[in-house]
Write a new protein. Structure first.
Length: 144
């Protein structure tokens, strides 16, 4: 099952040309990431507290825009995460305008690594992240 959520494009997200500033597209994706974690039952204030034993920094990202997003548009973000190895995962995002039929506007990818917050060394993904990965796994994908 994939995770999908709709978000408004706000004036603050746009640049002087009236289109979404490139970095704000990634901010919308990050909001979907957070919402998918919450929907899978993770307690974000606990998971991402400065005192949390593990952290999940983004180590790589890409975003390709196919058409502009404007203030007042509603964008549907569909994401699915997949495990890369014992301590990392990536998330594939598809953004489309909430129109009939939906129109693709962008695709993005973020790669994350799980690290021990104290030592800053890689750490195996914990059970709650494994659960989240399985919850939003794309149809046809399976664990390797």
């Amino acid at each position: 099952m994939l995770f999908s959520q709709r978000y408004p494009v706000r004036f603050r997200d746009t640049d002087a040309a009236g289109v979404v500033y490139f970095a704000h597209g990634l901010a919308l994706c990050h909001a979907a990431y957070e919402d998918s974690l919450q929907a899978a039952g993770l307690d974000l204030p606990v998971c991402f507290s400065p005192a949390a034993p593990l952290a999940y920094p983004i180590i790589h990202t890409t975003m390709d825009y196919h058409r502009p997003l404007h203030c007042g548009d509603w964008v549907v973000i569909t994401l699915h995460p997949r495990q890369r190895d014992e301590s990392s995962f990536e998330i594939v995002y598809h953004l489309s305008l909430e129109t009939s039929p939906p129109r693709a506007v962008a695709d993005a990818l973020t790669r994350h690594v799980c690290i021990d917050s104290r030592t800053r060394r890689r750490h195996p993904l914990p059970a709650e992240i494994q659960h989240w990965l399985q919850r939003w796994e794309a149809p046809g994908e399976s664990e390797t």
